[in-house]
Design a protein around this ligand. Structure first.
Ligand SMILES: [Ca+2]
Ligand SMILES: [Ca+2]
Length: 437
């Protein structure tokens, strides 16, 4: 779906939305329960719209509507006024729809009708989703190069720290295990990735070519599963698993909650066993939560970044229940200063100065290969290890996989579980050995 052009009228709608925000931000008319701390209500004229955090940016003129299970399609089509476009978010059977209003027509009456439709569970704004701001890199020492023949392997300290080579003696991954990289797309022609790609989806443009117009998704894909021991470039954590590129963020690294949700659902419906999401933010709208629950209920392991603000704030979906939330460490096993922390952190992985693939077509300097830092880089490392666990122990369900991961890490930082590095830093060899717990 191409984004609608922002007109003066939609800007007006956004302005009136902002002007009508509740100063208290935490009350529940119509008997509906407030779901979480910080949840609030935005009032657009008389229409109440559920909002997790009323101060976060939303897409003007766009709303997510969720229908009750079994709501008749006829009912839905009746609700579709002539002044809006409607598209299912992900799998239509979930009853989640994105509505976009014609900027020349006032939306208040339609929104109010939807809000009061007995078949509607909720109406919420479509939030803006972004990559975490890129963290400042730190110099990384070159390391020993005992391992695969990829010429840049010596610079990939993450594999030395994480005991990858010993792990690859046990299992290099199954091509039947697919990691969905839900991000800015992937350069599917990159010589260190092309052999690893399965059919993906471009949610942003609504087509089957999730081309990376940024660089972030290509970098994450290479960390998880670049072609390894192929004599070129870098090694990935899971040498033989495959990558499903799902594009939900545009050339600026920006997208919407509805598109992130659609990407999660699409990946689940198309065979991903692991989802890697190096994205997120403080907004936690229902549409994103429901999509993650859908993936979890289909036995998909969901891995997401803790975020790069360096504080104790929550990033979603990373902090959502059931998601493996990843913190970042450096070459000396210290927590990266930018890595967000909290009791929702599961494990940690190297995320400072991480060398991986960049799009071959990039003209901004981030081309072919290079190093960047962030919990974004730690996340696909963990996703790669999870994919190896799923290859080695194919009968484990997602909760058993998570337990195997969390009990096979090396404890770092304060002894035992700590909110900065979780249970510890990944260890590939231990992850592929039955853990005692
Ligand atoms: Ca390679
Ligand atoms: Ca610890």
């Amino acid at each position: 779906m191409k984004r609608l052009a922002v007109s003066a009228m939609t800007l007006l709608t956004a302005a009136s939305l902002a002007a009508c925000q509740s100063p208290q931000g935490n009350f529940a008319p119509n008997g509906s329960a407030v779901r979480a701390a910080g949840a609030g209500q935005v009032h657009l004229n008389k229409v109440s719209i559920r909002v997790q955090n009323p101060n976060l940016p939303t897409v003007p003129g766009e709303y997510v509507v969720r229908y009750k299970p079994g709501a008749a399609s006829q009912t839905r089509s009746l609700a579709r006024g002539q002044n809006m476009q409607v598209a299912a978010i992900g799998n239509p059977t979930l009853g989640m729809e994105l509505v976009k209003f014609d900027p020349n027509v006032r939306a208040d009456a339609t929104l109010e009708a939807l809000r009061h439709d007995p078949n509607v569970l909720y109406v919420e704004p479509n939030f803006v989703e972004k990559l975490s701001p890129e963290a400042v890199g730190e110099p990384v020492p070159a390391t020993r190069a005992a391992g695969p023949n990829d010429p840049m392997f010596a610079q990939q300290y993450a594999h030395q720290v994480s005991n990858s080579v010993a792990g690859w003696q046990i299992n290099q991954g199954s091509p039947n295990v697919v990691i969905a990289v839900i991000d800015t797309g992937v350069d599917i022609h990159h010589p260190d990735l092309a052999a690893k790609i399965v059919q993906g989806r471009d949610i942003v443009d609504g087509d089957d070519e999730p081309i990376d117009e940024h660089y972030h998704g290509t970098h994450c894909a290479g960390i998880a599963a670049a072609s390894t021991n192929n004599g070129i470039g870098v090694a990935g954590f899971a040498p033989n698993v495959r990558v499903m590129p799902v594009r939900v963020l545009d050339a600026n690294g920006s997208g919407t909650s509805a598109d992130v949700a659609a990407g999660i659902i699409w990946a689940t419906d198309h065979g991903a066993k692991v989802i890697s999401m190096s994205l997120g933010g403080p907004s936690n709208p229902s549409v994103k939560q429901e999509a993650v629950k859908y993936a979890l209920s289909h036995d998909v392991v969901v891995v997401a970044a803790a975020g790069n603000n360096g504080d104790g704030s929550m990033t979603f979906p990373g902090a959502q229940d059931g998601v493996i939330c990843v913190a970042a460490t450096d070459s000396k096993d210290k927590r990266a200063s930018f890595s967000q922390f909290g009791k929702w952190v599961s494990v940690s992985a190297p995320g400072v100065g991480i060398l991986s693939t960049f799009p071959t077509t990039n003209t901004t300097g981030k081309k072919d290969y290079g190093s960047i830092s962030g919990t974004s880089m730690a996340t696909p490392a963990v996703a790669g290890v999870v994919a190896l666990i799923r290859s080695q122990f194919p009968t484990m369900n997602r909760e058993q996989v998570r337990a195997q991961l969390e009990h096979s890490v090396d404890d770092i930082g304060d002894p035992g579980y700590d909110i900065y590095t979780g249970f510890g830093r990944i260890n590939v060899a231990k992850a592929l050995t039955p853990a005692r717990f």
